[in-house]
Write a protein that binds this ligand. Structure first.
Ligand code: SAM
Length: 295
């Protein structure tokens, strides 16, 4: 069976499946935005880690649907700056394009690969590479590229997750699968995949070592807060968006068909979450996320 962490670094998979349309990424962004116990939006938190006042030209590498791009562009527009936005997948970039166009923001969007950035040396004061370096097969090459396009003294912000991120979700998924009668062998596969999913190639645990190869100063800030989820549908959509679930369902090739198994797992999960919310008022999910600041 293909490991879900390998799928995460497969460019065809990234472009043509996971980010072929904005749906999966939006489901994940939506859950965090709605149910974080931290009242400060993640973008304000991250941008608060650096001084943006002198930034004129910024790059958002792997900008996705524009979750960080749009608020950054709003701030830089107010001080005469601009942003280059780049992503491997038109599915997500298309949404970012529409969002910046709707607000008339000073952003140029282009399809591209962080492993070979189409920009000259020292072109940017600030570069974002948020929640994307774990998708890159040649991680060292990508970090070298991010360093190359930053001016001396410029800053890289690279957000990622740690090993404990959303672990509670996988425990809940396991209970739900058990209740739904999913065989133990299949549940064991899901647990293995969930664990491998938490071992990101670029994580809070190993990110400083990677970045330290090209940046002289690297600092990690962890974002405080958890999720307190008070309705089932958003968290069901989150599980449905996960690579690990797809990997297990397709590997199982059950007689009932992959789509039927997927629906059965999600229905069991939905019922289990609804019961927990009815009993306790909310389901709490631990978050393990943060950002590296590198110069
Ligand atoms: C989890 S999303 C994060 C999006 C955005 N940075 C955010 O934090 O909301 C990862 C994004 O990285 C993009 N991506 C993956 N590999 C890439 C690569 N080699 N070069 C550029 N973008 C890539 C994906 O297409 C996807 O839009």
């Amino acid at each position: 069976m293909t490991d879900s962490t390998d799928l995460m670094r497969d460019k065809t998979e990234v472009r043509e499946r996971q980010y072929a349309d904005p749906g999966k990424l939006s489901a994940r962004v939506d859950l965090h935005a709605r149910y974080s116990t931290n009242p400060q939006p993640v973008q304000d938190w991250e941008f608060g880690l650096v001084d943006l006042t002198g930034v004129r030209r910024a790059l958002d590498a792997g900008c996705g649907t524009g979750n960080f791009l749009v608020p950054l562009a709003r701030r830089l527009a107010a001080q005469g700056g601009s942003v280059e936005a780049l992503d491997l997948a038109e599915g997500t970039l298309g949404e970012a394009r529409a969002r910046v166009a709707a607000e008339g923001l000073p952003v140029t969007c282009r399809i591209g690969d962080v492993e070979a950035l189409p920009f000259e040396d020292a072109a940017f004061d600030l570069v974002l590479a948020n929640y994307m370096l774990y998708h890159v097969p040649n991680l060292e090459g990508a970090i070298a590229e991010l360093r190359r396009v930053l001016r001396p003294g410029g800053t890289l912000l690279a957000a990622t997750n740690g090993a404990a991120h959303m672990a509670d979700l996988w425990d809940l998924a396991d209970y739900a699968c058990q209740d739904a009668g999913v065989p133990e062998a299949l549940r064991a596969e899901l647990r293995t995949h969930a664990r491998s999913y938490s071992r990101l190639s670029f994580s809070l645990e190993n990110g400083a070592d990677w970045l330290g190869r090209y940046f002289s100063e690297v600092r990690l800030e962890r974002r405080p807060g958890d999720l307190r989820v008070t309705e089932a549908e958003s968290i069901v959509a989150y599980l449905a968006s996960m690579w690990a679930l797809d990997a297990v369902v397709s590997a199982a090739a059950p007689p009932e068909g992959a789509a039927a198994l997927r629906s059965r797992i999600l229905a069991g999960f939905r019922a289990h979450i609804a019961d927990r919310i009815a009993a306790d008022g909310a389901v709490r999910i631990r978050i393990d996320t943060g950002a590296f600041i590198a110069r």
